[in-house]
Ligand binder design. Sequence first.
Ligand SMILES: [Zn+2]
Ligand SMILES: [Zn+2]
Length: 590
Amino acid sequence: MAKNIANDANYIEAARHSLSHVLAQAVCELFDGVQLGIGPAIEDGLYYDFDLHHRITEDDFAAIEAKMNEILKSDTVFEKRVVENPLDFFANTPYKLELVKELVAAGEEITVYESNGFVDLCAGPHVENMRELRNWGFKISSIAGAYWRGNSDNPMLQRVYVHAFPSRKELKEYYAFLEEAKKRDHRTLGNQLDLFFFDETAPGMPYWMPKGMKIYNKLLEFSRKVHEAHGYQEVVGPQLNHSSLWVTSGHWEHYDDNMFKVQIDENNTYALKPMNCPNAMILFKKKNRSYRDLPLRFSELSHLHRNEASGAMHGLMRVQTFRQDDAHIFCTQEQIASEMNGIMDIMDFIYGIFGLKYTAVLSTRPESFLGDIETWNEAEAVLKNVLDTRFGAGEYIVDEGGGAFYGPKIDIKVYDALKREWQLCTIQLDYQLAGNFELEYTDSDGKRKAPVVIHRAVFGSLDRFIGVITEHFAARFPFWLAPVQVGIVPVHKDHERYAHDIREELVQQGFKSTLDTSDGTMGNKIKSYRNELVPYIIIIGDKEVADGTISLRVRTGTQINGIPLSSFIDACKIMEQAYKIDLIENFDAD
Ligand SMILES: [Zn+2]
Ligand SMILES: [Zn+2]
């Protein structure tokens, strides 16, 4: 494997895996009776599974790392060779033997890599020489139990995880990133700020507390406003639908495992909707549609339920119930381009408001597809054209053959403040569902035709989106989204009346403010608002009452005294109406 292409993903993977051999050799040299499992490269390093009598603990990490560094000091090459009698060769290594037997049965050639006298079953690739790994930054991160081949009937092995990056600097940066990501974990912040929680009686189904609900409702309001401006009409379909609906839509056959079902009697089973699509089809069918009605854009913000494997759940990022800013567009083939552009305009606007960058992945026709190839080609050309224009040719990813059998799609990947990638939503063209429901419209030539259906969302799951932006903003939400926008602290009891008037005025103007008239000290009240990450704290003392002004503590740390309330309210209106991310800190009266 060629070196000096450290940014090449394949090289990095080969280097990480090569390091796993070094880890294995180190463990074998330090401890007795080690049997080796497997040692692949992973996203941030590598691991190796070991079976040995000694129980590896954190206390062993330093010794293992030292041994690894010692091995790396040699200039040994990783030598690949073919094993002639693999079953004999691996006879005393039960885990390897199991793998070898399968490989031999599959007619595969058995190869090993040898370095420094250490030999391991391996197909490669590796780096050429130990030297290439010497400047890598690596550190054993953890030890965990792992069943051999992930099967709980098998023995439990000891899995040693290692973080590994091409330089020590990159390893350090990675630890800084992990630290920051931990601080921003939405589950921790959500708990600290009383936004949401989960209870074991409803796994993966969030309880939204009053403050969390403020954010949720603000997003719903924002979404409704944007979509209405773009010609969407909101609808709501039933939460629970008879199996016959799911049979028609194909969910009963293809999405069965992910649906929560309710059996009413022996002949009737209903299911909570995991998606809005079939209900949108019924809504279209309700009226006689003509080409003049198209494009028809139905948006729906209903609750959805999906039965997920318990291991797949993770705070708000993977839940079993959520609301989506979902929509179904019914249009003609000719209208696809303008609808796609309309959807992308909404994305530009919405993601821009949150300061989120995004890219697109176009997935094209798979080998088995429904519909005629001409229509597919035409649709793909339209989607490519839209993406070329918006992102620039070659500036988005194309997944050839990765589309669904019923139409090409565009997946949207969003990048947060830590440059992490989130797949928020998909724009899916659908040539199938309208047919399942026998949807038709009368075209200008009088003929009955099936509309094209576009499924799309922008936030995707609102619950998940709140998780993403909580981490993106580190819960320092923009003014317009903050559950409490202004906290008011009177210095003394005497100042409470004026403080009440201030709060009254803010509430009148539609801003979320609270007044702290508890017995605590001024310092503690300010601290408590600070901990709540409230954008502005107003402090009212003698001077403010006498001058009819307010003093401000901005969340950024700035302190400003003697501002007329009207100037502050003007600034609040600007932040609210323009959905500003940054807090205004300049309150000139003009
Ligand atoms: Zn290997
Ligand atoms: Zn849909």
